[in-house]
Design a protein around this ligand. Structure first.
Ligand code: NI
Length: 198
């Protein structure tokens, strides 16, 4: 996912990762059919998985984005990386962000709240397009970490929105699928225009 607020875009300079032996992977974009694939559960928690997760973080920070699913780099596995990079309240200029990288493997949702929230979402696979999407405001998530250890947490706020957006990717769903047909066609038309101009 992109930064949800286009008025406050993420500054790529602030997001430059530290030097690690990681790779920036190419992000696939709609209408690439791989984005419609249902991703498979991770069963082996090995060094190869850790490398993929590290590369996904590198790719997400470079984009820059706040969330990325493995299928967006062409790997059909149930892996999400998220770092909301929210503004540091200590920083008066409002430029510094707090790094909080989180990885969710084989995430499962339950107990979605009846209350909904609306965010202006964007997606690295639907570049530079934003639209309001309505989702449950809270959701409980069970997941595994890179070592296969199980966790559970009640997600709220931006994290709840972001993890639902990323989880959709595991099911072959894009945020534009949540829009009316008219709105979706508008977004895709704008994207086609943008690509033509590039
Ligand atoms: Ni996305």
């Amino acid at each position: 996912m992109y930064c949800l607020n286009p008025q406050r875009p993420l500054d790529p300079a602030l997001l430059r990762p530290y030097l690690h032996p990681m790779a920036i992977l190419p992000i696939i974009e709609t209408p690439d059919p791989r984005l419609r694939v249902i991703s498979k559960p991770v069963e082996t928690f090995d060094a190869e998985l850790k490398q993929l997760v590290a590369d996904m973080f590198e790719t997400m920070y470079d984009a820059p984005g706040i969330g990325l699913a493995a299928i967006q780099v062409g790997v059909p596995k149930r892996i999400l990386v998220i770092d909301l990079q929210e503004p540091d309240p200590e920083d008066e200029e409002g430029k510094k962000v707090i790094r909080d990288p989180r990885v969710f493997i084989n995430p499962v949702f339950s107990d979605e709240s009846e209350e909904h929230s609306v965010y202006s979402e964007g997606c690295l696979s639907v570049p530079e397009q934003y639209a309001d999407v309505t989702r449950p405001a809270e959701v409980t998530v069970d997941w595994q970490d890179e070592d296969g250890k199980h966790h559970q947490e009640r997600m709220t706020g931006l994290m709840a929105t972001c993890i639902q957006h990323e989880h959709d990717h595991l099911e072959g769903i894009l945020f534009i699928d949540h829009l009316s047909r008219l709105k979706r066609e508008m977004v895709l038309k704008k994207l086609a225009k943008l690509r033509k101009a590039a």
